[in-house]
Design a protein around this ligand. Sequence first.
Ligand SMILES: NC(=O)c1ccc[n+]([C@@H]2O[C@H](COP(=O)([O-])OP(=O)(O)OC[C@H]3O[C@@H](n4cnc5c(N)ncnc54)[C@H](O)[C@@H]3O)[C@@H](O)[C@H]2O)c1
Length: 391
Amino acid sequence: MPPVNVAVIGSGFMGAAHVDALRRVPHVNVVAIASVDRPRAQELADQFGVPHVFGDWRELLARDDVHAVHNCTPNNLHFEVNKALVQAGKHVLSEKPLTMTAAESAELVRLAREAGVVTAINFNYRGYPLVQQARGMVARGELGDLFVVHGHYLQDWLLYDTDYNWRLESSVSGASRAVADVGSHWCDLVQFVTGRKIVRVFAHMFRAHETRRKPRVAVETYKGKEVGAPQEYDEVPIDTEDGAFVLAEFEGGLRGSLTVSQVSAGRKNRQWIEVDGSKAALSWNQEEPNTLWIGRRDGPNEQLIKDPSLMDPNARGYAHYPGGHPEGYPDGPRNLFRNLYRYIGAGHTPATQAPDFPTWEDGHYEQLIVDAAMESHRTGAWVDVAAGGAK
Ligand SMILES: NC(=O)c1ccc[n+]([C@@H]2O[C@H](COP(=O)([O-])OP(=O)(O)OC[C@H]3O[C@@H](n4cnc5c(N)ncnc54)[C@H](O)[C@@H]3O)[C@@H](O)[C@H]2O)c1
């Protein structure tokens, strides 16, 4: 299989994570990093042996030696950058959220189909071995009829009113924060595991801080806690949610609930799901990803430890080390990128082969869920997740 040449846009938290993961994917050359933070892009390029660095991502568009691009820029650039890339004929993996509105995400799906390129979105939690195992168990009916899905996504990095990052600015991040930023991961994960889409939501959003003190010097993602108290602040109003309670109805009448919060002390990135069925239940926690809990009423509960020899054939390929050797956050994207480049390298298109990675259609559907949650919060009513836009 000929190698695929990949460029990464953005050199922040995720840009660096993508370069790291891509360097561990077979048949992929990372050929360029583009970022407005050129010195940091150069540092990454030197560290990982990437030959080209650009200050302007547009320089990638006309290059025939760039076949695919990963968009790791802040949310407000996703639409413009993703659109230009597909129109230039590049395959694109976008960071989530796909865009800031469902109208934009619908347009991107349409443009990508017209261009005939392959698209993906980094719902990275699908890439964990035990998440794949959980999906297989549900699909084989090992849980029986599904009754309830529940869980939470809790963080503490925005606990204090002095915590600040571009995600707090709706003009950069979008009208929803906690639900769109991390709640979307949870929704994608439970839809993936259960194989059922969320079709209706009832959401109540909340803000712990109506104003925050914005440091006069920009703070990198998740770095506020390490920096200590910056010296000078401006007090600014906040118009996005610190958290939410979301009730969800899935296809087939399955029901569920999500609590999402970015102000829960001690919870770093606790994404936790539980699926309860008529025969058994399962739960998985992102912070302890090498254990899958299986609950039973008429027998002892089980803890399945990530061990390829104990896992289903379909999930085994997502584990790269023997049991007792934990795999974690950097390995999920690596697995999804492996699937993506295997697919592109084999010359597949969505018309010829169903993708085994999350696509822009999934990103668009998440955007519809976020929009429905915001409308529900505004109206105090259940809202259907409209199927409009990109059927
Ligand atoms: N899938 C995940 O688990 C996950 C985790 C964190 C962030 N994300 C997503 O990744 C994206 C980036 O988040 P982050 O935490 O890396 O942010 P970040 O602030 O750490 O990095 C953003 C990068 O984009 C660069 N940039 C800004 N404007 C640019 C432009 N015009 N051209 C080129 N580069 C530009 C910045 O210099 C910086 O290097 C966001 O959309 C976020 O939602 C996903």
